[in-house]
Design a binder for this molecule. Structure first.
Ligand SMILES: Cc1cc2nc3c(=O)[nH]c(=O)nc-3n(C[C@H](O)[C@H](O)[C@H](O)COP(=O)(O)OP(=O)(O)OC[C@H]3O[C@@H](n4cnc5c(N)ncnc54)[C@H](O)[C@@H]3O)c2cc1C
Length: 353
């Protein structure tokens, strides 16, 4: 097994043990000194509510706490966000030797707690943004009334739904070329998808890898003409038209993929390709459904913000991170927009006084 992949495999094997040792996975202190305005078991008034515990949510919590907004942050199901599902994070500034995703998110959490952020377990299940006070229900049970709300609920990458995608998660399967491409320098990889994202990921990987297969279900690309031209001009991208992935194989990580060519036709054929990495580029689902009745989104579901700000169409409701970012979807950009949201919320609240 190649060394980069081995490090990832070893890490995954030890991940469960190590995660249980981390503070991030220990029960939260829910009974801290409460800075909220008023509180009962079923309802509570707060100045600043943050929904989501990824880089955007925790960064918003750091800035909002330091601005004396006494933020309450609800973590959602995935405490720490998407980075808790990955191994090495090598591109976040400030970590010259890299850091694991779970460790980095533990650091984010600790830093926000240092300034007094009130971090709680809970999932936003309903919202009412019709009045001046914004109401968010958590776990179908408790209603938080907030003057300002920061939505930082992230986006989830779409997968094909193959069992082998789960089996090789972190061992050759990735949904982010910018994040993981570096691990496949000089190797052969495949990208699945036919849209702009797939074309972008394929050309990005072509700059790092020996060969990139672009696996396209149809006989055309949906990507823009400009992106298509870029793909066609890149010598080490081979497009596999009308191919569908049915399985991945390999002993300790991805070593190849089984594809069906021209499925359901008289020319149907099974094809096997040898690859070290398998990249999904079939889109993301922004976690915005619960807000959709009030908050404007684009067609895919990304929350629309006023350009250059975190402001949504509802006054006092701000959005940060991947849930409002169809383009970059990186930890550093999510953290940056979390900072923007906290500053926007602070300015909004100071004008409310
Ligand atoms: C496998 C993998 C590897 C990656 N590697 C890198 C990398 O190396 N470098 C890099 O820069 N980026 C990487 N990324 C991308 C990076 O993880 C994201 O860009 C970043 O996490 C986005 O941060 P976020 O705060 O917007 O959202 P997320 O990290 O997605 O966090 C969303 C949060 O919202 C919460 N939530 C969702 N719905 C609700 C709800 N209804 N109620 C309450 N809470 C809710 C979730 O529990 C979660 O805590 C990777 C992503 C993946 C999946």
């Amino acid at each position: 097994m190649q060394e980069d992949k081995k490090i990832k495999v070893d890490y995954i094997c030890n991940l469960k043990i190590r995660l249980t040792d981390m503070d991030i996975f220990k029960p939260l202190n829910l009974q801290k000194d409460s800075p909220d305005i008023s509180k009962t078991e079923k309802s509570e008034k707060v100045r600043c509510l943050i929904i989501g515990s990824g880089p955007a949510g925790y960064t918003a919590a750091i800035y909002a706490s330091r601005a004396n907004l006494h933020p309450v942050l609800y973590t959602g199901l995935e405490m720490g966000g998407q980075l808790t599902t990955t191994t090495e994070v090598d591109n976040y500034p400030g970590y010259p030797d890299g850091i694991t995703g779970p460790q980095m998110m533990e650091n984010f959490k600790k830093q926000s707690e240092r300034f007094g952020a009130d971090i709680r377990l809970g999932i936003a299940t309903a919202v009412d943004f019709s009045g001046k006070k914004h109401k968010v229900t958590f776990d179908d049970n408790k209603i938080i009334e907030a003057d300002a709300v920061i939505i930082a609920t992230g986006a989830t990458a779409k997968y094909l739904g193959l069992e082998s995608e789960t089996k090789y998660a972190g061992m050759g399967v990735s949904a982010c070329a910018t994040c993981d491409g570096f691990f496949y320098r000089g190797k052969d990889v495949a990208v699945v998808g036919g849209g702009d994202t797939a074309a972008e990921e394929a050309t990005y990987l072509a700059g790092l890898c020996r060969k990139v297969y672009l696996i396209v279900r149809r006989d055309v690309l949906r990507a823009s003409k400009a992106m298509q031209n870029k793909v066609f001009k890149t010598g080490n991208i081979e497009i596999l038209w009308e191919h569908q992935v049915v399985d991945l194989f390999g002993e300790n990580g991805v070593e190849g993929a089984t594809l069906i060519k021209k499925k359901g036709t008289s020319e149907e054929e099974t094809v096997k390709i040898k690859i070290d990495g398998f990249f999904l580029a079939i889109g993301h689902t922004p976690n915005s459904v619960v807000f959709k009745q009030y908050i404007e989104t684009d067609q895919v579901g990304y929350i629309k913000t006023v350009p250059g700000t975190s402001k949504t169409n509802i006054e006092g409701v701000f959005a940060a991170g991947d849930v409002q970012d169809p383009h970059y979807r990186q930890a550093v950009t999510a953290a940056g927009s979390g900072c923007m949201a906290a500053i926007d919320a602070e300015r909004y609240l100071s004008e409310l006084k």
